[in-house]
Structure formats: C-alpha cells, structure tokens
Design a protein around this ligand. Structure first.
Ligand SMILES: N[C@@H](CCC[C@H](N)C(=O)O)C(=O)O
Length: 281
C-alpha cells in the first residue's frame, strides 16, 4: 500500500502529515516508530493524521502520535501545520478551522501574514485533570527525582500534561539529564512534557522542552503555552509573551482567567511531499 504524505515543521518541530480522508491507512505503534526513525525512516517528532469530523461543530478530526508510537491529546505546533495543510491542499476554503482532538475542540485561524493563530482552549490546573498525583492543588510543587535532587515545578494541562521548571539559563539547563526523569516521574501517571523556562523580562521568555515520547524538540507549542500560563499565574509574566525556542519565536496570549483560552501564534512550513510503501501489516 502506497501512502502519500507531506513533511512539515513549526519552528523545527517536525511532522509527517497524512490525509486519511482521501486515502486508507493502517496505523500501529511499530510502523510509526519506523517512520519516525531519523536514520532508517522519514524522521519526525510527531505524526499528524487528518480525518473526517466526528462532531457537527468541527471540520476535521486531528490525531497526533509521538515518535514513540503513542497517541497523544494535543500538539500546538502541529495544529498550525494542520491548518496550513488542510487549507493549502484545498480540503477546506475556510481560514477559521475548528477541529476535534483527543482533548476536545480547538480552533485554528490562518492569518493574512500566513502565520497561524491557534485557540488552544483553557489551561487546566486541577491535578486529576493533568494528571498529577499530589495531596492538594497548588501553584507550584516540590518534586524529588530518582537521583535524590529536589526541584520546584508548575503542573498544567494544555490538553496534554506539562511540568514547567524555571531556570537561570536555558543554554546550560540540564535538559537531557532531568527531562527523562521528570517525564517518567511516578507523580505523572501518563508521563509528562518537561519545559525549562528562562524569564528574560515580563513579556519574553526562552524555553527548551523535553517532550514526552519524542525527547527534546526544537519547539513545542503546547509547552510554550504551558510556560507562559505558569509565568502569568505566578505574576512573573504579562500577556502577550514572546517565547524563544531553539527553532524560532512564538507569541502566546492569555488573560490570566481560567475560563479564557490561550492563543498561540507562529509559522507553519511545508518541506517536501513524499510517498512511502507501508512495509508492516
Ligand atoms: N510538539 C508538540 C507536543 C506533541 C505532544 C507531546 N509530545 C505530548 O506527548 O503531549 C507541541 O507543539 O505542542
């Protein structure tokens, strides 16, 4: 079976995008891991699947798989690429595109500049919603790691789970050491994405993210939202806030009210079109 796909990226967070409306595909974790492999496959951080809508208030269903083959709830950079994909491929003529995800409905808006603004929905802080195991809800939490070190994290869900640590300097932050330990920490039963945030000023941060199921990426859209939301909640940041990730810059806006959505704006880029023969049944 031959599958047509598009390789895309949002600030270097890269994706294989497949239209599963106009072609039949079969997915399994082993196949996804093989495609994601940067030496033996196509190479990507996440696989994005375009499917028909499941509800009357959405135009598409947007499914997301990490490089480790696991299906996840949300992906911010992927959402911008999804918008450009369905619009540029003529799957819709709408520039305001509501889509259904595993964590609910989000709305993608293609701006005149070509950038995409995503209404990511409301951040969630209730521990059971993240999920994060703790006795009571707080703004920040102490976390003891397997190597005995102690850190302070904020825990937030942007549809997917995030832990945010504030660091002096993202260039020297121990991302590859702490990232896997926090990702697999027993207090995060579904594992977690780990953001390392350096505050530059009240409307500007630098950020590196060790992503659940993909490792450190050049950018993480939901991670950018989680970091800004955490900073605003602790009165360290103001909206809108610029987020410099290793692959470029995003803008994130949030009123600070839990009932309001987080808005994330940034670019989305196609790299090449390809086709691959599915080798695993
Ligand atoms: N790169 C993404 C997040 C992708 C999913 C994440 N790794 C998870 O497991 O939740 C983004 O841009 O948000």
């Amino acid at each position: 079976m031959t599958i047509h796909f598009t390789k895309m990226h949002g600030l270097g967070n890269d994706f294989m995008v497949i239209d599963a409306i106009n072609q039949a595909i079969e997915l399994n974790p082993e196949q996804i891991r093989q495609w994601a492999n940067r030496h033996f496959g196509i190479g990507f951080d996440q696989l994005l699947i375009v499917e028909p809508p499941k509800t009357a208030d959405t135009l598409f269903t947007y499914r997301i798989f990490n490089a480790d083959g696991g299906e996840v709830e949300q992906c911010g950079n992927g959402a911008r690429c999804f918008a450009r994909y369905v619009y540029d491929k003529g799957l819709t003529t709408e520039k305001e595109i509501p889509v259904g995800t595993a964590s609910g409905r989000i709305v993608l808006h293609i701006n005149d500049s070509g950038d995409v603004t995503v209404d990511m929905g409301r951040p969630m802080f209730t521990p059971t919603n993240i999920p994060f195991i703790t006795e009571c809800e707080a703004t920040s939490y102490p976390l003891t790691l397997d190597d005995g070190s102690e850190w302070v994290i904020d825990a937030v869900s942007m549809g997917n789970p995030h832990a945010v640590l504030e660091v002096e300097n993202v260039d020297t932050a121990p991302v590859s050491h702490l990232g896997p330990m926090i990702e697999h920490h027993r207090q995060f039963p579904n594992r977690v994405n780990v953001g390392f945030m350096q505050i530059v000023d009240r409307q500007h941060i630098r950020l590196r993210v060790f992503e659940r199921g993909s490792g450190e990426t050049l950018a993480c859209g939901t991670g950018a939202c989680a970091a800004v939301v955490s900073g605003i909640r602790r009165n360290r940041l103001d909206s809108p806030c610029l987020v410099d990730v290793r692959g470029g810059r995003l803008s994130v806006a949030w009123t600070g009210k839990t009932q309001d959505s987080v808005l994330m704006t940034g670019p989305a880029q196609s790299v090449f079109e390809g086709q691959i023969t599915q080798t695993i049944a």
